[in-house]
Design a protein around this ligand. Structure first.
Ligand code: GUN
Length: 283
């Protein structure tokens, strides 16, 4: 059993981004990421801080807009509009979920297609379906990069994704399909879930429930990818997989923390670099 080291792979990706950023800076271009955080969700605050830290590490400029939960839709859309027009901002990220009363979809759609570094805009989502895209969503793309780093082939494998969110489950299934996996998406209405998950060569858990995936749900020798970020009964960070009990059945497994999370951020850095290049017509 190998524990996949997301921190290590993400450090390699960020190093590569930092190197390319140096070359871009020599041409007078510094990639810039705007991060919008509305309200005071503590988990979102941690994610946003980590994203800003990564920007600093690779040599990007980052600007944070921390807005109160009372922010109106109009105020938010007017900020996005201002950022769309700023030459020094190449990527715009609005941390989700937004507080009640604000419309995630409307905000995402207001973001310029070329600055949509989360790849959440419906036109960018459509391009991903067709396999003709500029940006891939950060978490699924980070997972694919991790699989590649460990020479784990998807081709012909039975892949099961638990969770059908727009941010992870649906695009994850699509990226696995692009690499010739045979993909099943499971969700809260799925019947006989463990029968399906036990067939998986590659199992991706993106449910949002602490230690939901137990050993009896996992096939011997499976690759298990844990997208969860939860707190257990002792308030300790844990994933959607019962790591201690599942790990010995796996060929590969990602830990939480230190697995998928750092890869999400590394992909965001890649996307922001790409956005800066696209906006400056650099290949
Ligand atoms: N909330 C959970 N994951 C993400 C992400 O990748 N990007 C944004 N903007 N919000 C999120």
């Amino acid at each position: 059993m190998t524990i996949i080291d997301g921190k290590k792979v993400s450090a390699q990706v960020k190093e590569q981004v930092a190197e390319e950023t140096k070359q871009l800076k020599a041409k007078g271009i510094t990639p810039g990421l705007a991060v919008i955080l509305v309200g005071d969700d503590p988990a979102s605050r941690v994610y946003v801080n980590n994203k800003k830290k990564a920007c600093e590490l690779v040599g990007f400029n980052s600007v944070e807009y921390a807005l109160p939960a009372t922010t109106t839709q109009e105020e938010l859309l007017s900020l996005v509009d201002e950022l769309n027009n700023r030459k020094d901002i190449n990527g715009i990220l609005c941390q989700l979920p937004l507080p009640n009363g604000l419309d995630d979809a409307a905000v995402i759609e207001a973001i310029s297609l070329l600055k949509d570094v989360d790849a959440f805009h419906k036109q960018n989502v459509g391009r991903i379906m067709l396999g003709d895209y500029d940006f891939l969503p950060c978490t699924p793309a980070g997972i694919m990069e991790m699989l590649h780093a460990y020479d784990i082939s998807v081709d012909g494998k039975k892949c099961v994704v638990i969770g059908r969110s727009n941010i992870v489950g649906k695009p994850m299934a699509m990226l696995l399909l692009h690499e010739n996996g045979t993909v099943t998406i499971c969700h809260s209405h799925t019947k006989n879930l463990s029968e399906i998950t036990r067939e998986a060569d590659i199992l991706v858990a993106a449910i949002g429930k602490a230690k939901f995936v137990t050993a009896d749900m996992v096939k011997d020798g499976a690759v298990v990818i844990d997208v969860g970020m939860n707190r257990d009964e002792n308030n300790k960070l844990c994933g959607d997989v019962d790591f201690e009990n599942v790990k010995d059945k796996c060929s590969f497994i990602t830990p939480v923390p230190g697995g998928v999370g750092p890869m999400t951020i590394a992909t965001l850095m890649k996307n922001t670099l790409k956005a800066a290049k696209l906006q400056n017509s650099i290949k």
